[in-house]
Ligand binder design. Structure first.
Ligand code: PGA
Ligand code: ZN
Length: 400
């Protein structure tokens, strides 16, 4: 196959699901073929994430990159990514912008897929996961109740997640989740006396409840009374960075130091028996607390790193004893190649991977293709509502 030569990089400014500005990148090859990508944006971020520089900078930097590209051609995703990584020359893509580099990386992968008449996931699998066994549909992590920085309510924890198993197919899991979501809406209306329940950033419900534990009991009760425990489990993204200050965590107006927070979580797991996975339970540099929690829970419980690990293979390697799951968000690192390296590092260390959206999403469903290519344990894509539905539709499409 001929290598791909880039003739133009077009940058457009678009709005994400929060109506904040982000970018869209269109690459044009020498035959005039085009491929597009759109870049999501987080709000609850880890300090080591690649930086997004936004539209103006992306436009300016795309001209510089185009000049450097002039007569070069690339036969694989890693070739173009390594070129971008070298040209940027920083740990966090602060020269070129991780939003721009990721956009080029994904659009290039799509040009390659067009050329080979393949799906994006097939191209990713072919280059990065050739020898891995076929893929089973991932567990679906659906954030049903939003708190923390994603919602205007009294809940300290960011995400109260229902996890759907997919043994009976993606369609069945999606239907179960839609059913659950509608049921939950009615339950919350009854509980709060509100006639409409507002939604948080990720389309989960945004209500104030008795305290930050209450949503777990609401979700568990609904599963046990109206659904089957063989279809659903519970997970949470605590987003510990968001209520940590000067060595203390504040939950429901009460302060906790790290050891007392470990105890709090331990008792939470005892009280909520369907809860099996907890993401970022502590501030990203409170790594001893991660270890202490992991050691105090049974090994079926999953401790997940997100702000702790930022899709960075070095951080995953450094923290491998402290976690048993890891969130993968391509825009935390800024190229597909480095995203795949992070996934491989997790696989090597027996750490489950959960490929995730951001709170500010676009129509682009590349994350679902990363999940299929790498045979991920889970996808975190919000509830099947509003703009989040697109990811469900793509899942169904590529897993049937
Ligand atoms: P973000 O949150 O996309 O706002 O960073 C998602 C998460 O913390 O998992
Ligand atoms: Zn998170």
């Amino acid at each position: 196959m001929d290598k791909i030569q880039i003739k133009d990089i077009k940058v457009n400014e678009i709005l994400d699901s929060r109506e904040e500005k982000t970018i869209e990148i269109i690459l044009v090859n020498k035959n005039g073929k085009e491929a597009k990508s759109q870049i999501p944006k987080g709000k609850s971020t880890g300090s080591k994430e690649a930086v997004s520089l936004g539209y103006e900078k992306a436009k300016e930097n795309s001209k510089k990159i185009l000049k450097e590209l002039s007569e070069k051609d690339f036969g694989s995703i890693s070739e173009i990514d390594n070129f971008l990584i070298e040209l940027d020359g920083t740990e966090n893509k602060s020269n070129l912008g991780g939003d721009l580099t990721l956009g080029i990386s994904i659009s290039f992968a799509r040009l390659l897929a067009q050329e080979k008449q393949k799906e994006l996931w097939e191209v990713l699998k072919g280059e990065f996961f050739k020898n891995e066994a076929g893929s089973t549909p991932p567990h679906i992590f659906a954030n049903m109740i939003n708190g923390g920085e994603h919602a205007e309510n009294n809940l300290a924890f960011q995400e109260y997640i229902v996890v759907a198993k997919t043994e009976n197919g993606v369609k069945n899991a999606t239907e179960n989740l839609i059913n659950f979501y509608n049921n939950l809406k009615e339950t919350l209306k009854e509980k709060t006396g509100l006639s409409e329940i507002p939604l948080g950033d990720e389309a989960g419900f945004c209500v104030s409840l008795k305290n930050s534990e209450e949503p777990f009991f609401v979700l568990e009760k609904l599963i046990k009374e109206n659904f089957s425990e063989s279809d659903f489990k519970l997970a949470t993204d605590i987003a510990g960075n968001s209520f940590y200050k000067d060595g203390k965590y504040t939950i429901d107006k009460k302060e906790y130091d790290s050891p007392s927070l470990v105890k709090y979580y331990k008792s939470l797991f005892e009280k909520v028996d369907l809860l099996f996975s907890i993401e970022d339970p502590f501030y990203e540099n409170d790594t001893e607390a991660f270890l202490s929690l992991k050691n105090s829970l049974s090994c079926e419980k999953i401790i997940v790193g997100d702000d702790l690990t930022t899709t960075n293979k070095k951080e995953i390697e450094k923290n491998k004893e402290k976690i048993s799951g890891v969130i993968i968000k391509a825009n935390q690192i800024g190229t597909l190649t480095e995203t795949m390296e992070a996934i491989k590092t997790a696989h090597k260390n027996n750490i489950k991977t959960i490929i995730s959206h951001r709170s500010g999403e676009t129509d682009d469903c590349f994350l679902v293709h990363i999940a299929k290519a790498s045979n991920a344990y889970g996808v975190k894509i919000g509830p099947p509502a509003r703009e989040r539905l697109l990811k469900y539709e793509e899942l169904e499409k590529i897993y049937t």
